[in-house]
Design a protein around this ligand. Structure first.
Ligand SMILES: Cc1cc2nc3c(=O)[nH]c(=O)nc-3n(C[C@H](O)[C@H](O)[C@H](O)COP(=O)(O)O)c2cc1C
Length: 399
């Protein structure tokens, strides 16, 4: 085995959290939470990747309040699901792994039908195009009181997550969700101390990081997923994203996961490979939404051919800019060669689709130097995010 693969399968730490190897299951919203309650299928999924060898799995998406959900079927952090989350933590620990949870808030981007009669809130007023079929086409602007409240929601959620047995939390600063709406100059049009300059746009994300740190204490791992670029005109660009990373580093984040794109404006930048548009249209129940998806097609679902390690350059720039935090490489790791390259330069990797294809990736790769994963980046898994039965890898089904 090469030195880089050896490193991959050797133990590492993030702020004192001991991980048995360098592979973390990425946050991939699984669904499998009917009425917002984690189900047996969700337990089995995470148990499967942990038994398959990953060092840590990430539960997604853990909304910090009911109104922070993109869809009504998502989980939000509250006492009502404590028994299920405690059980999940026990199962993950029983399989020798650690549990992280991706904390987030949808901000102004939601399809949650519970919103009828009120407006989702983000940094500035804007259209909530994805919410049209749910009857919530407009989003309002948060006032200072709303911002203070959001900070407290993250604090409470972090405290709750630690208390049920999570070993780490991952704050979602990217992909067009609430905190990235503040970071992005495209969605943040404020003229107060939360808008304008980068330092102003980072004020809320940094307050959230501070509150989460206060909630979990100094000796608890906090990771952050962030955007390298929104992939949209007028949005966050890479030069500024590098400074976002530097500010989060100074703010005390333990590890950064540089990703890119946004679910609302440019989702394919996140994944690369086959477009998710046809599968989304196929599954969509609302005629209005189907028409919208067709019309938005070329501008929203851009063509980004898949390549391995597609965020390597951006991740390197962040690694070279920050001083304290570790960089967790994400984006197009599905071969042993890619693992070797990433491991030469970074301390950890996160993997999404390759683990949907084969939850046993780590153990299989350890046992077989010729291991091939066979995820073909068809992205049907990603298009199943809204499916009532949750996400699955269609390649694993009999034809
Ligand atoms: C089914 C699916 C669901 C996803 N859900 C999330 C999510 O909830 N939060 C997030 O930050 N990224 C999400 N992603 C993006 C992944 O975390 C990751 O950034 C992306 O798939 C690239 O990594 P990969 O090449 O290893 O798959 C999702 C991806 C997939 C395939």
């Amino acid at each position: 085995m090469s030195a880089s693969l050896d490193k991959c399968f050797s133990a590492g730490t993030i702020n004192g959290l001991e991980l048995r190897n360098r592979v973390i299951k990425a946050a991939t919203f699984e669904g499998m939470c009917p009425d917002g309650v984690p189900s047996e299928r969700l337990f089995a999924h995470h148990r499967g990747v942990c038994e398959g060898g990953v060092a840590m799995t990430t539960l997604a998406y853990c909304a910090v309040e009911a109104d922070g959900r993109v869809k009504r079927e998502m989980m939000y952090m509250h006492e009502g699901i404590r028994p299920q989350l405690e059980r999940l933590a026990q199962e993950v620990h029983g399989a020798g792994s650690k549990l992280s949870g991706q904390m987030g808030h949808c901000g102004n981007f939601t399809q949650n039908t519970d919103f009828q009669g009120k407006r989702p809130l983000g940094p500035s007023r804007m259209l909530n195009l994805g919410g049209i079929p749910a009857g919530i086409p407009f989003a309002g602007a948060m006032n200072e009181g709303d911002i203070d409240r959001l900070v407290e929601l993250f604090r409470q959620a972090a405290r709750f997550m630690k208390s049920v047995g999570f070993d780490a939390v991952e704050i979602h600063f990217g992909h067009g969700y609430g905190l990235s709406q503040f970071i992005s100059p495209k969605t943040n049009k404020r003229s107060d101390r939360y808008g304008g300059t980068l330092i102003n746009r980072m004020r809320l994300p940094l307050r959230v990081l501070e509150a989460v740190r206060e909630a979990v204490g100094d000796e608890f791992a906090i990771l952050g997923k962030m955007g390298l670029t929104d992939g949209a005109k007028g949005g966050l660009q890479q030069d500024e994203a590098i400074e976002v990373a530097a500010l989060l580093d100074e703010g005390g984040i333990d590890a950064l996961i540089p990703s890119g794109g946004t679910s609302s404006m440019n989702p394919m930048l996140l994944f690369r490979g086959d477009s998710i548009q046809p599968s989304l249209i196929e599954q969509e129940k609302s005629l209005l939404m189907r028409i919208g998806l067709r019309m938005m097609g070329p501008s929203m679902f851009k063509d980004y051919p898949y390549e391995e390690l597609y965020f390597l350059d951006g991740a390197r720039r962040i690694r070279d800019r920050i001083r304290r935090a570790k960089v967790v490489y994400i984006g197009g790791v599905s071969t042993l060669e890619s693992i070797e390259t990433a491991m030469d330069e970074f301390e950890f990797i996160q993997m999404g689709r390759a683990l949907w294809k084969d939850p046993g990736f780590v153990n299989h790769a350890k046992a077989n130097p010729e291991y091939v994963n066979h995820c073909n980046h068809c992205n049907r898994c990603a298009a199943l995010i809204g499916h009532p039965d949750g996400v699955r890898c269609v390649l694993n089904e009999p034809v």
